[in-house]
Every structure is written in structure tokens, then in C-alpha cells.
Design a protein around this ligand. Sequence first.
Ligand SMILES: [Fe+2]
Length: 399
Amino acid sequence: MAYYRRAGHLPPKRHTQHRRPDGGLYYEELMGEEGFSSDSSLLYHHFIPSAITEAAPWDLPDQELRANHPLLPRHFKTQDLFDENTAKAADTVTGRRLLLGNDDVRLSYSAAAQPSPLYRNATGDECVYVESGEATVETVFGTLTARQGDYVLLPRTTTHRWVPTGNGVLRTYIIEANSHIAPPRRYLSKYGQLLEHAPFCERDLHGPEELLLESGTDVEVLVKHRGPQGCVTGTRYVYSHHPFDVVGWDGCLYPHTFNIADFEPITGRIHQPPPAHQVFEGAGFVICNFVPRKVDYHPQAIPMPYYHSNVDSDEVMFYAGGDYEARKGSGIGQGSVSLHPGGHAHGPQPGAYERSVGTEFFDELAVMVDTFRPLRLGEAAAAGEAEGYAWSWAAGEAS
Ligand SMILES: [Fe+2]
């Protein structure tokens, strides 16, 4: 994200001496993408950022995936994945449960009330959508405040931890890429500024508010990283000093938040296709969101989407709020996830198409991930699957 930001104390010239009050040198770290050829930031550490004293395997939550076979549209209820006691004891990193995944992206859900361990994801960027609750996300760049509706974007290898705040449980829908997550290329100028036709701009992005300095020795950090044969695996490091020791940083790569309420919907006289709702993209997938909006105003418009066979994609919707008219009668509600795989034409539930004629406003809130390679089913998909969704169109049609 080419949007420069700086915090704390920096030397006037990069790669030059930056001295502590006692005369010693701070240690400069470049955190950069694509082999020094893309966005980066420079961070100045009190201690050497490489100083580990132990490494041991970290067993990730169940990462097994099985094929969606026979090929079915499916409905998963994240509402059923965590009871209250489980959520109160869980954290947003080790407690996440894998719904769907492929070699490009993994989709998980978490309900948690405990602070997470220090963690970084070295397989790719994370985009964490906050369904409800609030948290402070403590990072090596400083603190972020996360609230309902926020996408929290954490660049690959950002050391951080989730600390739920307030009284409630923090519910999050987690999109883990094996690549980087950024605004669509078509929203950006050739130098990376968000363009006038983009549905959001730099003012809507919120970086770390203040630096975070912590002291301590022998500090654990959990690292998710690439394993053999394309697998994801984990390692637990012990650092000799606390990694939150940055006295200053600057650059264009840092964690930030974007609230879904700041997405300005693009509407038209006739139906706008999902790319009009796109917010981010990664390698092999896109992220779109459907927000409350005025709908199609052609006098003969059908505001409800047409049935569509998006032949190259699997489509996953996370229903985050509002009243999702297209799915009425299917059992889908707040917190549900639907999977509409390539090879099956999908669209509104019976009756919704007709009811939409004359409608002027949709009160809906959903986050959609479309993948270009087939998704497989994780353990949370099996645990949370609602029976009968695949047959709901035929069932409604017959009644
Ligand atoms: Fe669709």
C-alpha cells in the first residue's frame, strides 16, 4: 500500500547512524515485499531483531482440508462453532477454526475473549474482519484499535497480538492469504494513490496510533509459515528480548484498519455486478463487500441479482449484518457462511427475485471471497454445516 506513514524517532537519512541516549546504535530492520522491489518500511529496534534463543514446533489448529465432493452449495453456521464458555477461554490466534481453504487462501472463524500470544503469519497477509466486539491489536508498528465492521490488515510477518477489550466476545472472520492483500489494481494510480472512482480513499485507512514499547526477556512468538508440500505449519520462537522495542519507523508497509461502513457503494440503474463491490484482492482471490445501499432505479429494474454461473470461481459469503433478502427462507442468518462452488449456478432463494421489484434499498452487510481455485472443507465446515441448503431452491420452488 503506497501510502507513506511515520512514527517515533528516525534519523534524517535512511541507513545511517541512529543512536540511543547512551550512545549505542539502534538496529535498523527493513521489512519489505517482493525481494526489495515493492512496498517496505524501516523499523529501528532497541535490540537485535534476529536474536532468538529457542525454536520448537507449534502445532497449529486442525488444518486438514477435504474436497467438496459431491459438489454442493453449502451453508455453515459459525454461530454453532463456539459456545460461551469456549469463547471466553479462547484467543483470536490459537482458537481460530478453519472453514475453507485452498493453496491461495484460508478462511477461519474465531470467537474469543482472551489475549492472544504474540504471533506472526509468514505465509501471507491476513485480513481479519471484526463481526462484533472490540480489541486492541498490539503490533511491532504500534497499536491499532479494532471495532465492529473493521477489516484489520496485517502484512505478512507483522508480529502482533489480539487483546479483546470491552465486555463482550470478539468475533472475527479471518482471511489468510498465501500472498499479499491490497486494493484492486484498477483503483490505483500508476504511483499507487487511490483514484477518484475507488469506493474508499486513504483517509479511510487507519494506521497504528502510537508506538508500543515493552520490556522483557525470553519472549515467545508463534510463527505460522510455509511447510513441506505446500502445507502450512508453525514454529514457536523464544526471543531474547521483547519484539515490541521499536523507537521509530517509516514507510508504506504497516498494519492498518478499514471500516466497512466507510465503503461507498457504487449503484446504478440496473444491477451492478460483484466487481463493483470489490474492496481488496490477493493472488487467486478477491474480497468484495455488500453494504446497505440504494438499489437499481431503472423503471423496469429487478434489484435482486440474476442467477449466475461464475464459472471460474468458488464464492464464499459471510453474512455480517442487516437483512440479506436474497437468502430469505434458506436458514441463513447473522454469522452464516455460504459456499457457492463453481459448476453450480446460484442466485436468490425462491420468491426473492419477484419480491425485489420496486425495492429501493437493501439493508445487507456481507463479506464475500471469490477464489479462482476450488475450495476444500476444513474441520469447522463439517462441525458447522447446516443440513439441506443445497436443496433449498428446489424446496422453495415446489411450495
Ligand atoms: Fe453469487
